[in-house]
Design a protein around this ligand. Sequence first.
Ligand code: ZN
Length: 164
Amino acid sequence: MKLEIKKFNENILRVKAEEIKEITDETKQIVLDMVEILKEKQGIGLAGPQVGISKRIIIVQPDPRHLKFIALINPKTIKKGKETEMQEEGCLSFPGIFLKIKRAREIEVEAINIEGKKINIKAKGVFARLLQHEIDHLNGTLFFNRLNFLERVNFKLKHLNLRI
Ligand code: ZN
């Protein structure tokens, strides 16, 4: 199965994805296909809805120095640090667009790995940001939704072709 990246105006990016009840061979194939896309596009994170699969699955690269990806199934944010940080972010569904987004500096996430085991991840900085961005995708929230009102107006004026 060849997956394709869904772009900004597609509805699937705006809806809440469904929980995965059971890890099947199909789930494993989805993971392999998503990792392949990430490698091809040189991305660091991807969520199911971005490839047309409205299921709660994300693939992330925890450390940019290593080409190693992990799959998180039904990821849930269980703790968010109060401290925030403003950094530029990109998204494979918005090619060429980079936005400065305020996010928590630290985060704790609970998920199921591809072997069906419950895992707990404590992340900081870029990895924490990545997890927040990808988990947002599972809830139909896109990065510009995190801008404040004025920033969003400016963004809209600059990219009038986008559905915002
Ligand atoms: Zn994204």
